[in-house]
Design a protein around this ligand. Structure first.
Ligand code: ZN
Length: 170
């Protein structure tokens, strides 16, 4: 099932997602639907809050393109347990802020702890685009968006633009 992706200025995107305490069939189904939604968009990462589900769930597939096989990574309750001092700037986008891209500087490497679909605790060393992507997605779980890293001027101009286009739609 493909979920509808929420876009700014929807206030749900600013809420904090809750820890998953029980990995039941419903959680597994949600993760599968999130992956389907991400590939259909298309995007390389999706947090559950972006489809209105307030749970700490993330799906990522940074390598996916038309020629490669889908290889989704599922993260339940992900947390960053280490970040490098070294930073890296990457032009980020977000399915909740369609067709807007801007350079954001983040730690170039990080280590993430999470539960997999079986409830087993795992740790993953991330670098390159995966490091950027996982930090971006974990921010979503805390109600944070990549435009929060931009200058106040840039941020308010993009927010205004989306408010206007939403009004037109309704
Ligand atoms: Zn995003």
């Amino acid at each position: 099932m493909i979920y509808q992706i929420l876009t700014i200025p929807n206030k749900i995107l600013r809420e904090r997602s809750e820890e998953v305490t029980n990995i039941d069939r419903n959680i597994i189904k949600t993760l599968d639907n999130m992956a389907e939604t991400m590939y259909a968009a298309p995007g390389i990462g999706l947090a559950a809050i972006q489809v209105g589900i307030k749970k700490r769930l993330v799906v990522i597939d940074c390598d996916y393109n038309q020629e490669t096989k889908k290889n989704p990574h599922y993260f339940i309750n992900p947390e960053i347990i280490w970040k490098s001092e070294e930073k890296r700037s990457y032009k980020e986008g977000c399915l909740s802020i369609p067709e807007y891209y801007e350079e954001v500087e983040r730690p170039s490497k990080c280590k993430v702890r999470f539960l997999d679909k079986k409830g087993i605790t795992k740790e993953l060393d991330c670098e390159g685009i995966l490091a950027t992507c996982i930090q971006h997605e974990i921010d979503h779980l805390d109600g944070k968006l990549f435009i929060d890293y931009l200058s106040r001027l840039k941020k308010s101009s993009i927010e205004k633009k989306f408010k206007k286009s939403n009004k037109r739609k309704n």
